[in-house]
Ligand binder design. Structure first.
Ligand code: ATP
Length: 235
């Protein structure tokens, strides 16, 4: 098991956003968290990546409790997050954005190798390497945000709404890329509004509702589940 979340409680002041959540991810899996707006998905992701501290509960990564560790240390340990809304650095080139993802790597040879792997996976980023990142389309910016996370050599990648706001053609491409990244050995935790697509590429999924896990199962089982269909798959 690469990640275990145990009895996780996360608050924003008096607001209890995550109310005792348990789930786990095995090495090599794609696991999805689905649920309505405000269910607590982003809060869970930010807590795993060290951007938020839980009120209580544990996050065990590769056998060690990490819930008190800071984000840079977790990036170094192999956890990279691709935030909702991409947050690329405009005013910087595509190349410079990617470079930022490798800020903790000292070995120049390794950085070079990561660049060539990212450019191989996302040829469009190579074509646009010297362009200001702000001039990229939404889908290309999502690829850049994913490429930036991959520059850190993650073992576990946390993807927050990667298909949000994208044209249908890009949505399919992004899901294909997620499968590819996973095939090459990176474990994936995926948050998506597009539950149908997310579950169809996931080994397993957890359905969250108002800060709690309501249901869990294999991607196939959740897709076939009547409750899930009614609430999240449009009938
Ligand atoms: P979305 O898909 O809309 O991002 P989500 O499932 O990711 O939803 P969260 O963003 O984790 O949900 O929010 C969980 C709860 O915490 C919601 O009730 C939300 O209003 C609240 N919340 C989120 N961020 C903050 C914040 N910075 N301050 C106060 N409350 C917050």
């Amino acid at each position: 098991m690469i990640l275990q979340v145990k009895d996780l409680i996360v608050n924003y002041g008096v607001i209890n956003a995550v109310k005792g959540v348990n789930f786990n991810i095995n090495e090599g899996e794609i696991v999805s968290l689905i649920g309505a707006n405000g269910a607590g998905k982003t809060t869970i992701l930010k807590t795993i990546s060290g951007l938020l501290k839980p009120k209580s509960g544990k996050i065990i990564y590769e056998g060690k409790a990490i819930q008190q560790q800071k984000a840079p240390k977790l990036v170094k340990a192999g956890i990279s997050q691709v935030p909702e809304g991409r947050h690329i650095f405009s005013g910087l080139s595509v190349m410079e954005n990617l470079q930022m993802g490798a800020f903790l790597i000292k070995d120049h040879q390794k950085i070079k190798q990561n660049f060539s792997e990212v450019f191989e996976r996302f040829p469009i980023l190579k074509q646009r390497a010297r362009q200001d990142a702000a001039t990229l389309s939404g889908g290309e910016q999502q690829m850049l945000a994913m490429g930036r996370a991959l520059m850190a050599n993650p073992k576990l990648i946390l993807l927050d709404e990667p298909s949000m706001g994208l044209a249908p053609i890009f949505i399919n491409e992004i899901f294909d890329i997620i499968k590819e990244i996973n095939k090459h050995g990176t474990t994936v935790l995926l948050i998506e509004q597009n539950a149908k697509k997310a579950l169809s590429i996931s080994d397993r999924g957890y359905v969250l509702s108002t800060g709690k896990v309501q249901l869990s199962g294999s991607g196939t089982d959740l897709l076939a589940n009547k409750e899930v269909q009614k609430a999240y798959l449009g009938g």
